[in-house]
Design a protein around this ligand. Structure first.
Ligand SMILES: [Zn+2]
Length: 267
C-alpha cells in the first residue's frame, strides 16, 4: 500500500523523497481520518489521508513538503496522483453534509456520496480557469522582436511574472471567458485564440486551460486590484518566470521555442 498523507497543505514524504509504502499507515491514525481510495500506483494499492490540522505528525522518518514543491522531488506520475489525492480529500472535507437538507452524506462509490436523508448524490467538482499568453508582433516584422505580455498578479507568491488568467463564469464558453478576462485585466482585445494545453491544478481543485492569442487592439491598462505590474517582453529580455510546474511556465517555454519557426508566425 502507498500512503498519500496530507497535513495542513503539506504532503508527507519519506526522507528520500518517496511516497511512504507499507502494509499499515506509517502514522498512528486519528479516529477522524478516513482513507480515500485512489487508483493503483506502480502496481500497488493506494489511499489518501488528511490529518487533522491540530495533530502534529510525530514520525521523524517523514518530512512535510508543500504540495507545490513536491513537483520537484517526486516523479511526474507520483506528483499527478498526489494532486488527485489532494483534490479528493478537499472534496471529502467539503461534502460531509448535504447542501440541500443538512443530513450527513455517506460514501456511495469511490467518487460519489449520497445523502442519508434525501438521497441527493454529489461527485467531485472542479473549477475551470483559462490562462493565456498574448503575443504582439513587432513593427519590424521580425519574429525575434515579437513580444509577450507578462504580468505580476498580486496573489503570486514571489516576484515573478506570469500570464493573464481567470475563472470561467456560468454560461460562458472558454473563448468568451478569455476575451472577458483579457479585457478586464488589460483593456486589450485579442485575436487568433488557439488552445495549447491543459493542466490539473489541485489548489484546491482547478483545471487550467492554456491558450495563445495575438494582440488585436487597445492600449495596455492593467487592472490595479489584481495586477501589480507587467508589460511586453521580447524573448531576449525576459523577467523572472514562474516555476517549471506551472502551465504558465510551460506556455512561455513553448513560445520561446517558437522563434524561427515559420509555421507559428502570427497572422
Ligand atoms: Zn439531503
Amino acid at each position: 500500500m502507498r500512503w498519500f498523507i496530507f497535513h495542513k497543505g503539506n504532503i508527507l514524504l519519506t526522507t528520500d523523497n518517496q511516497i511512504p509504502a507499507g502494509e499499515n499507515c506509517p502514522l498512528q491514525l486519528q479516529p477522524a481520518c478516513s482513507p480515500q481510495p485512489l487508483p493503483d500506483f506502480e502496481g500497488e494499492k493506494t489511499c489518501a489521508i488528511e490529518l487533522p490540522p491540530d495533530v502534529s505528525p510525530q514520525d521523524v522518518s517523514l518530512q512535510a513538503i508543500p504540495l507545490r514543491n513536491s513537483f520537484y522531488l517526486l516523479s511526474e506520475p507520483a506528483y499527478r496522483l498526489a494532486g488527485k489525492a489532494r483534490e479528493l480529500l478537499y472534496w471529502d472535507s467539503t461534502t460531509r453534509f448535504c447542501s440541500v437538507c443538512g443530513a450527513p452524506m455517506e460514501r456511495h462509490t469511490d467518487i460519489s456520496k449520497r445523502c442519508t436523508a434525501c438521497g441527493r448524490e454529489v461527485w467531485p467538482s472542479i473549477s475551470v480557469a483559462i490562462i493565456v499568453l498574448i503575443r504582439r508582433a513587432a513593427s519590424s516584422g521580425r519574429k525575434e522582436d515579437e513580444q509577450a505580455l507578462l504580468v505580476h498578479a498580486r496573489n503570486f507568491a514571489g516576484n515573478y511574472y506570469g500570464l493573464i488568467a481567470g475563472f470561467l463564469e456560468t454560461g460562458e464558453s472558454l473563448e468568451e471567458c478569455l476575451q472577458r478576462e483579457v479585457m478586464e485585466e488589460t483593456g486589450l482585445r485579442v485575436k487568433n485564440v488557439s488552445y495549447k494545453a491543459s493542466q490539473p491544478w489541485p489548489f484546491p481543485a482547478v483545471l487550467m486551460v492554456g491558450f495563445f492569442a495575438d494582440y488585436d487592439e487597445g492600449e495596455l491598462r492593467l487592472q490595479e486590484e489584481e495586477l501589480a505590474y507587467g508589460g511586453w517582453f521580447t524573448r531576449k529580455e525576459l523577467p523572472l518566470l514562474p516555476g517549471r510546474m506551472s502551465l504558465a511556465r510551460q506556455l512561455i517555454e513553448r513560445w520561446l521555442s517558437e522563434e524561427g519557426n515559420p509555421d507559428s508566425t502570427p497572422t
